[in-house]
Design a protein around this ligand. Structure first.
Ligand code: ADP
Length: 748
C-alpha cells in the first residue's frame, strides 16, 4: 500500500508544480520574476521526477539523497527571488549560491574512490555515499542563514505600511522553508512535501499579486478558527468525562447515546462560540469591525449643511481622519477643462489662505493617474510606486504626489463626473490599508459628493457675484466717460457750427459778388467757381450740424403747420430728377391720398430729399427707387395714428449690425477709399450727417425712422427700405381733416 501511495503522492506533487508554472505565466509577473519563479518550481518538479524514477527502481536510499539536492536547489531559487524582490542585482547576489551545487557535484564524483564507510560510532555511521547529501545540507543551512539575515536587515529599512505588509510574507516563507528543511534532513521521507508546496504557493502568490492580503488578517482568521476548535475539543473532553463519572453506573446508560447528545450540543453552540471568540480576539488584536452604515450616516449628517468650501474641506477631512485613524489629509477640487480639443483635469487643493498653498496639478485625459482614478477606485501611493503603468509619470508629478506624503487617493464622483479627490496620509498605527478601509473610504467619498457640489455652486455664485459687481462698476465708469465725451462732442459741434457760420457767410457773399463781375480772367473765374462750390458744401454741412444740434438740444422750436406730405415728396423728386436721369435710375412714387400732418415743412422736405438722394447714391446705375405710404391705425405707442412713408431702392443694402449706427452723426461706411464728395456717383461718400439729421427731425416730430434690409451686398444688391413714421394730429371735434391728393408718378 505504502509502496503505491508514495509514488502516487509524488506524481500529484509533480502536477502541482507544473500547474504552478502554468499559473505563473498566465498571471503575467515581471519577466525576471517569471523566470526565477519557473526556476523555483522547476527544481522540485525535476527533482520529484528523478525521485519518482528512483523509487520505482526500488532505490529508496538514493531517492532520499535526491531530496536533499532538491532542498538545496529550492534554497538557491528562493535566495535569488528574495534578492530580486528587493530589486538588488540578482547576478551579483547569486555568488554565494553557486559553490554549493559545485561542491555536491565534486563530492559525487570523488565519493566512489573513498571507503564505503568513512566514520562509525555505535549506531551512527557515515557512509561515503551520503557525502554529496551532506554537502547539500551545509549549502542549504548557509543559504538559509544568509536569507534570514538579509530579510531581517531589509525589514528594518521598510517603513511604508503596504511594503511592510508585503515583506511580512517573507517571514512566513522563510519559516516554511526552515520547516521543510527540517523535514527533509532530519526526518527524510521521499514522498509528498506539503510544507514545501505551501511555501512555493506563498511565493507564487506574493509575486503574482500586487496588493496582497495583510498577513495579520490571515493569521487572525486562522487564530479564530483554531481557538474555537480547541475550545470545542476541551468542552467535548470535559463533558464526556463528567457524564461518564455521573451516569456510567446507571443501568440504562448508553455511551453512544450520551456521546451523540454531547456532539449535537457542541454543534449547536459552535456558531455562537465562534462569534464570541472572534470578538475577543478582535478586541485583543484591536481589529474590531467598524459599523460602516452608522459611520457613513453620521458623516453625511455632519457635512450636509456646510456650504462654504474651505469649511467643508476642513470638516470632511478631519472627520474621516478621526474615524479611520489617519495621520493627515487633503481635499482637492477637480475641474474638467477643454481647450484645443484636449480634455484635462485640474486638481486644486481647498486650503485656508493661511495654510501652505499647493500648486494645482493638471492631468491629461489619457494619463495613467486619470485612467485609474476615473474608474472610481481608491489609488494607493504603493500602486503608483510599483505598478508598471505608473512608470512614465513625470518627475513633476512624482514630486507633487510625494509632497503630499499621502498613502491613498480617493476620487469623488457626482452624476458620473469626477469632481473631487481626497488624499490621506498613513494610518496612525502604521498598519496598511485593508479592503475594509478602502470600502469605508469609498463610501465616505461618495457621501461627500453632494455637499461638495453644493459648496461648489455657492463658490461659483459668490465668484460670479463679485465679477458682476466689478463689471457693473467698470461699465458705469465707461458710461460716464462716454456721456462726458458725447457732451464734449456736442458742445464742440454746436460751438464750431455756430462760430463758423458767420465767417463762411461773409466769404460766400464776397465770392458771389466777385463772380458777378464781368471782366474776370477765365482762370480766376474757374478758381472762384470752385471756391464757391466748396463754400456752399461747407455751408450745407454747417447748416446740418447746426440743425441737428438745435433739434437734439431743443434750442429752437419747430415751426409746425399742417403739411401735405405728398407735395413735399414730389418737390424732392423733382429737384432730384436730373440726378436720376444721370444715373439712368427710375423713381416710382405711389402715394394714396394722405391726411395733412403737423410738422415743419422745411425740415421734413430735407428728410425726404435726403432719403431719395441716399437711394440714388447707394443704388447702381439703372436701379429702381420707390416711395410708398400707408396710414397707421392708432396703437398704444401711437395714439393718434400716423402716416408711414417707405423709401425703397435696389441698392447695396445695409448690414444688419449697422442698422442703428447709420443714424448716428458722422457715420462713415467702412470703405473710406471709395469716399468721394460727389453727390451723384455710385456710393459717393458724404459727410455722414444726412441720416443723423433725418433722425433728429423725425424724433423732433415724435415720429420714428428705421431701416429694413436683408444685408449689405455689392454684388447682388439686396436693396434697402427706409421707413418714416409721422404721427397725425389728435382728432378734435368740429375740425375737418385736410387731405392731400393721391400721387402716382415716375421720375425722371
Ligand atoms: P452720407 O452723407 O455719408 O451718405 P448718411 O448719414 O446719409 O451719410 O448715411 C450714412 C450711411 O448710411 C451711408 O454712408 C451708407 O453707408 C448708409 N446708407 C444710407 N442710405 C443708404 C441706402 N439707401 N442704401 C444703402 N446704404 C445707405
Amino acid at each position: 500500500m505504502a509502496q503505491l501511495s508514495l509514488p502516487l503522492l509524488a506524481g500529484l506533487e509533480i502536477l502541482f508544480y507544473a500547474g504552478g508554472i502554468w499559473h505563473t505565466w498566465r498571471s503575467n509577473p515581471e519577466r525576471k520574476s517569471g523566470f526565477l519563479l519557473t526556476f523555483l518550481l522547476g527544481i522540485p518538479l525535476l527533482g520529484r521526477g528523478l525521485v519518482l524514477f528512483q523509487m520505482l527502481q526500488g532505490a529508496t536510499q538514493t531517492a532520499t539523497f535526491w531530496e536533499t539536492y532538491i532542498a538545496l536547489g529550492t534554497a538557491i531559487a528562493l535566495w535569488l527571488l528574495l534578492v530580486n524582490f528587493r530589486r538588488r542585482n540578482v547576478l551579483r547576489a547569486s555568488l554565494p549560491a553557486w559553490p554549493w551545487p559545485l561542491l555536491v557535484i565534486g563530492l559525487a564524483i570523488f565519493q566512489p574512490r573513498l571507503p564505503a564507510i568513512i566514520w562509525e560510532r555505535g549506531l551512527y555511521i557515515l557512509p561515503s555515499a551520503a557525502l554529496p547529501a551532506m554537502g547539500a545540507f551545509v549549502g542549504w543551512l548557509i543559504l538559509g542563514l544568509i536569507m534570514s539575515l538579509f530579510a531581517l536587515s531589509e525589514a528594518r529599512r521598510i517603513h511604508q505600511p503596504m511594503h511592510r505588509a508585503r515583506f511580512a510574507y517573507w517571514g512566513l516563507i522563510l519559516l516554511l522553508f526552515a520547516l521543510d528543511g527540517w523535514m527533509t534532513f532530519v526526518w527524510p521521507t521521499p514522498g509528498f512535501h506539503p510544507v514545501r508546496a505551501a511555501m512555493v504557493w506563498t511565493v507564487i502568490y506574493l509575486f503574482t499579486h500586487h496588493r496582497v492580503r495583510a498577513l495579520r488578517e490571515i493569521l487572525r482568521v486562522i487564530l479564530i478558527y483554531l481557538s474555537t476548535i480547541l475550545l470545542i475539543g476541551i468542552l467535548y473532553l470535559v463533558t464526556t468525562v463528567v457524564t461518564e463519572r455521573l451516569f456510567s453506573n446507571r443501568p440504562n446508560y448508553n455511551p453512544l447515546w450520551s456521546g451523540s447528545l454531547i456532539a449535537l450540543g457542541l454543534a449547536l453552540i459552535f456558531a455562537p462560540l465562534l462569534n464570541q471568540v472572534q470578538k475577543v480576539i478582535n478586541r485583543w488584536l484591536r481589529a474590531e469591525r467598524p459599523n460602516v452604515s452608522r459611520i457613513v450616516q453620521l458623516y453625511s449628517q455632519n457635512i450636509s449643511h456646510i456650504l462654504e468650501m474651505q469649511r467643508l474641506a476642513q470638516v470632511a477631512v478631519a472627520l474621516i481622519m478621526e474615524t479611520v485613524g489617519l495621520q493627515h489629509g487633503f481635499l482637492f477640487l477637480v475641474e474638467k477643462l477643454n481647450s484645443d480639443g484636449i480634455t484635462r483635469y485640474r486638481l486644486r487643493a481647498v486650503r485656508h489662505p493661511a495654510e501652505r498653498s499647493i500648486k494645482p496639478l493638471e492631468l491629461p485625459e489619457n494619463h495613467p493617474l486619470t485612467d485609474f482614478l476615473l474608474r472610481g477606485q481608491p489609488l494607493l501611493q504603493y500602486d503608483v510606486d510599483f505598478l508598471p503603468e505608473f512608470r512614465e509619470l513625470s518627475s513633476f508629478e512624482r514630486e507633487w504626489l510625494q509632497a503630499l506624503q499621502a498613502e491613498i487617493y480617493v476620487p469623488i464622483f457626482s452624476k458620473g463626473n469626477w469632481i473631487g479627490l481626497f488624499a490621506f496620509g498613513p494610518h496612525l498605527n502604521a498598519q496598511p490599508f485593508s479592503e475594509q478601509d478602502l470600502a469605508l473610504l469609498t463610501a465616505l467619498a461618495q457621501q461627500t459628493a453632494i455637499a461638495l457640489e453644493n459648496a461648489k455652486l455657492v463658490e461659483d455664485l459668490v465668484r460670479l457675484n463679485r465679477e458682476l459687481r466689478q463689471t457693473t462698476y467698470a461699465l458705469e465708469k465707461a458710461q460716464r466717460e462716454v456721456e462726458r465725451l458725447d457732451r464734449t462732442r456736442a458742445d464742440f459741434i454746436s460751438i464750431a457750427s455756430h462760430e463758423l457760420r458767420t465767417p463762411l457767410t461773409v466769404i460766400r457773399s464776397y465770392v458771389e459778388m466777385l463772380l458777378e463781375k464781368e471782366d474776370l480772367d477765365a482762370d480766376v473765374r474757374t478758381f472762384l467757381k470752385s471756391m464757391h462750390e466748396s463754400t456752399l458744401r461747407m455751408h450745407n454741412i454747417l447748416e446740418s450740424m447746426f440743425a441737428i444740434t438745435q433739434l437734439t438740444q431743443h434750442t429752437s422750436p419747430l415751426e409746425t403747420e399742417m403739411v401735405d406730405i405728398g407735395m413735399l415728396v414730389r418737390e424732392a423728386a423733382e429737384a432730384l430728377a436730373p440726378r436720376l436721369a444721370q444715373r439712368s435710375q427710375v423713381l416710382q412714387i405711389d402715394l394714396p391720398a394722405l391726411p395733412f400732418v403737423p410738422g415743419d415743412r422745411t425740415l421734413l422736405s430735407k428728410v425726404f430729399f435726403q432719403l431719395i438722394e441716399n437711394g440714388i447714391k447707394f443704388t447702381p446705375d439703372g436701379g429702381q427707387l420707390r416711395v410708398e405710404a400707408k396710414l397707421q391705425r392708432p396703437t398704444p405707442d401711437l395714439p393718434t395714428g400716423g402716416v408711414e412713408l417707405s423709401f425703397s431702392d435696389t441698392g447695396v443694402g445695409v448690414d444688419p449690425s449697422q442698422r442703428e449706427a447709420i443714424f448716428t452723426k458722422f457715420y462713415q461706411s467702412s470703405d473710406v477709399e471709395r469716399h468721394s464728395t460727389s453727390k451723384v456717383r455710385f456710393m459717393g461718400g458724404g459727410t455722414g450727417l444726412g441720416l443723423a439729421l433725418c433722425k433728429a427731425v423725425v424724433d423732433a416730430h415724435k415720429g420714428r425712422i428705421w431701416v429694413e434690409s436683408p444685408g449689405y451686398d455689392e454684388v447682388h444688391f439686396p436693396g434697402s427700405q427706409f421707413h418714416v413714421l409721422l404721427p397725425l394730429h389728435p382728432p378734435s371735434s368740429g375740425q375737418t381733416i385736410r387731405m392731400g391728393s393721391a400721387l402716382r408718378q415716375k421720375y425722371p
